[in-house]
Ligand binder design. Sequence first.
Ligand SMILES: Cc1cc2nc3c(=O)[nH]c(=O)nc-3n(C[C@H](O)[C@H](O)[C@H](O)COP(=O)(O)OP(=O)(O)OC[C@H]3O[C@@H](n4cnc5c(N)ncnc54)[C@H](O)[C@@H]3O)c2cc1C
Length: 320
Amino acid sequence: MSGILIFAETDDGTILPNFWEQVSAARQVADPLGGGLRVAVQGSQIKDASDALKSGAEQVYVTNDARLGEPWSEAHLETFTALCRELQPELIILPRTLLGMEIAARLAQRLDAGLAQDVMTMQLAEGKLTVTRPVFGGAASATLRLTRPPWIIVPRTGAFAPAEPLSTPKGELVARQANLVDDALKTRRISRTRQTSKINLERARVIISGGRGLGGPEPFQLLHEIAERMGAVVGASRPPCDSGWVDSGMQVGLTGKTVSPEVYIAVGISGATQHMTGCSSSRVIVAINQDPDAPIFRMATYGVVGDWKQVLPGFCEALA
Ligand SMILES: Cc1cc2nc3c(=O)[nH]c(=O)nc-3n(C[C@H](O)[C@H](O)[C@H](O)COP(=O)(O)OP(=O)(O)OC[C@H]3O[C@@H](n4cnc5c(N)ncnc54)[C@H](O)[C@@H]3O)c2cc1C
C-alpha cells in the first residue's frame, strides 16, 4: 500500500471546484506519507481531466462512461473500488458531496478501511493518521486516530484552503474502462431532474439565512434585497424549505449544504444542532432573534435580540 488517491467528482464532465480542497488536504500529509499522488476522474464526456494533473498527480486515471455522467453511486462505487484495489493507496480522499460521502462509507466497508468524514485537520505521525472533526453541530470537535491504512477521509468544506494548481504539471493521463456489468448493479437510474436555481451557497463569502421566525415566504424578499446590497447569497433553515417558502437548494445544515463563509447572518433561526452543523465553520456568525435564550446566541459572534421586522429595515437602509 502506498500513496494518496483522490476521487475527483465531475458534473457535466467538469471537475468540481472542491477538488482543490482535496488536493490541499493531500499536500498536508504527502511528504511524510510518500508514495506520490494519483487522481481518479470519473464521468461522461470529461472536458478538463488534464487540469487534474496540475494537482501534482503522477497519474490521473480517467474513466469516461455514460453511466458515470450522473451521481449514480452504484456505478461510481464499482468503478472506484476496482481502481482502489488495483492501486492499493494508503490514503483515499473523497469530496464532501452526497455522492462522495456515500461512496466513502460504502468503500470503507468494502476495503475494511477506517473512515473519517468532515475532517477539519489531519496529522500523520508514527504511521497513524490523526484527524479532527466537528461534533454536536460544531459546538465541539472530536479527535480521531485512524490506526492501520487504508484510510479514507472526506475533508470538511472550507476547512482546507484550495490548493494552487501547478503551472508545469509532469504527470500523465491514463484512460480506463469502467467495466461495469449492468446486471451486477443493484440499483438503476431512472431519471434525474436538475434544480433550476443557481444558488452557490458553498462558494459564498457572505450568507444571510432566514428561518421559521420569518413567518412566511414574503420576508425572504427583504433578505434578497439585503443580500444584493452586500454581495451575499440567501440561505435558509429547513422549515422554510419544507414549507415551500424557498427553494430546497437554499437549505443549510445536516441535510442541506455545509457552508463556511466569512460572515453568516441568521435571521429568525433558533440554532438547532442540525442547522448549526452546516454553518459552524463560518468565520463570523451574526444572529438576529427575538428570544434572548435562543441556542444560536451560544455560537454567535454577534447577537441582536429583537424582532427582525424592526432590526432588518434599518440594516437594509444602512447598506443603501
Ligand atoms: C434528521 C434531521 C435533519 C435535519 N436537517 C436540518 C438541516 O439540514 N437544516 C436545518 O436548518 N434544520 C434541519 N433539521 C431541523 C432542525 O432540527 C430544526 O427543527 C430547524 O433547524 C429549526 O429551524 P428554525 O430555526 O428556522 O425554526 P425554529 O426552531 O422554529 O426557530 C425559529 C426562531 O425564530 C425566532 N423568531 C420568531 N419570530 C421572530 C421574529 N419576529 N424576529 C426574530 N426572531 C424570531 C424564534 O425565537 C426561534 O428561535 C433537521 C432535523 C432532523 C431531525
